[in-house]
Design a protein around this ligand. Structure first.
Ligand code: PXG
Length: 291
C-alpha cells in the first residue's frame, strides 16, 4: 500500500482524499509536475521544482512552502514508500471553496505528492520505435492557457491522445494554430535532418520547455551534434532521417512512422540510439539523493 503526502500529512493511498469542492477538480485550477527517481536519486529535481513554482506563480497560486521544504517533503514521501525507482507527481491546487469561479477570497492551496511506480512504453517500442498521427486538436494558443504552465487541465493533451488511440497510432503530434509541428501529447519532439542537424520546435510555438528536451539538447551539444530550435512542418517531419520524442515518463523514444509515412528507414536511427543511451546513463548517475 502506498503513502501519499496531502496537506502536511502522510496517509495511506486509500485515505488520501480531497474535497469535491477542491478547485483542482471543479476547474482544473492547479498545477502539477511529473518527476522520476532512478536508483535512489531524483532526476533533475531542482528543474522540476522551479517549473512547478513558475507554473503556480503564473496562475497566481502561492505554494505554501519553500522550494527547499518542498524538495525535502518529496524525498520523505519517496522514503515512506520505500522506493528507489519511482514516478513522482506533485500537485498543487488553488484549494477548497464553494461553487463559483471567483477565486479572490483567500484560499489555502491543496498540496499533494503521489509516489508510484511508472508504466513505460514496452521494451519492444523502444527497440522498434513508435507511430504517431498529427492530431486535429491543435496545441493551446499561448495566449489561452499558456502551454508552459503544467496546469491540471490536460484536456488538450488527452483529446490528442484519444485521436491517436482511435487512429490506431501510439502517439499524437500537436500542430500549433499556424500548422507548425510543436510537440507530442505529453512529450517534446526532435527530428534529425539530412543536413545532419537535430531540430526541435522553439517553445514560443507552444511547446512545453521539457526538462528532458533541455537535457537532450545538452547531451547532443556535448557530442558535437548541431542542435537548433527552429519551426518545422509536417513535411519536414515526414522527410526527416530520424525522429524521437522526449519526456520524463517516455525518456527518449524513437518515432518511426507519422500519418502513415515511414521516417528514415523505419527503424530507430543511429543518433537516436546514441542519445537514448547517453540519457539513460545520466539518469543512473545523477540526481538529488533520497536516502
Ligand atoms: N510536453 C508536455 C505537454 C508535457 O506535459 C513534456 C512535453 C515533456 O516534459 P519533461 O519535462 O517531462 O521532459 C510534458 C511532460 C504523464 C506525464 O502523466 C506527463 C509529463 C511528464 C510526466 C508524466 O503522462 N509531461
Amino acid at each position: 500500500m502506498g503513502i501519499v503526502y496531502i496537506n502536511g500529512e502522510f496517509v495511506p493511498t486509500e485515505s488520501a482524499k480531497i474535497s469535491v469542492y477542491d478547485r483542482g477538480l471543479l476547474y482544473g485550477d492547479g498545477v502539477f509536475e511529473g518527476i522520476r527517481a532512478y536508483n535512489g536519486r531524483v532526476f533533475k529535481l531542482d528543474e522540476h521544482i522551479d517549473r512547478l513554482y513558475e507554473s503556480a506563480h503564473s496562475i497566481l497560486i502561492k505554494i505554501p512552502m519553500s522550494k527547499e521544504e518542498f524538495k525535502e517533503t518529496l524525498a520523505e514521501t519517496i522514503r515512506r514508500n520505500n522506493l528507489r525507482d519511482a514516478y513522482i507527481r506533485p500537485i498543487v491546487t488553488r484549494g477548497v471553496k464553494g461553487l463559483g469561479i471567483n477565486p479572490w477570497d483567500a484560499m489555502s492551496p491543496t498540496v499533494i505528492i503521489i509516489v508510484d511506480k511508472i508504466t513505460l512504453y514496452s521494451s519492444k517500442m523502444y527497440e522498434e520505435g513508435i507511430s504517431a498521427v498529427c492530431a486535429s486538436t491543435i496545441r493551446n494558443n499561448p495566449n489561452a492557457c499558456n502551454p508552459q504552465i503544467k496546469s491540471l487541465n490536460y484536456l488538450n493533451s488527452a483529446m490528442a491522445k484519444y485521436e491517436a488511440y482511435l487512429a490506431g497510432a501510439d502517439e499524437a503530434i500537436f500542430l500549433n494554430p499556424q500548422g507548425y509541428v510543436v510537440e507530442a501529447a505529453v512529450d517534446n519532439i526532435f527530428i534529425y535532418t539530412k543536413q545532419g542537424e537535430l531540430i526541435t520546435p522553439p517553445t514560443y510555438l507552444g511547446a512545453l520547455r521539457g526538462i528532458t528536451r533541455d537535457t537532450v539538447i545538452e547531451i547532443a551539444t556535448a557530442k558535437g551534434i548541431p542542435v537548433r530550435e527552429e519551426p518545422f512542418t509536417r513535411h519536414d517531419l515526414y522527410n526527416a532521417v530520424e525522429s524521437f520524442l522526449t519526456g520524463t515518463a517516455a525518456e527518449v523514444i524513437p518515432l518511426v512512422k507519422v500519418d502513415g509515412r515511414i521516417i528514415g528507414d523505419g527503424r530507430p536511427g543511429k543518433i537516436t540510439k546514441e542519445i537514448m543511451m547517453a540519457y539513460k546513463e545520466l539518469t543512473q548517475n545523477s540526481g538529488y539523493p533520497v536516502y
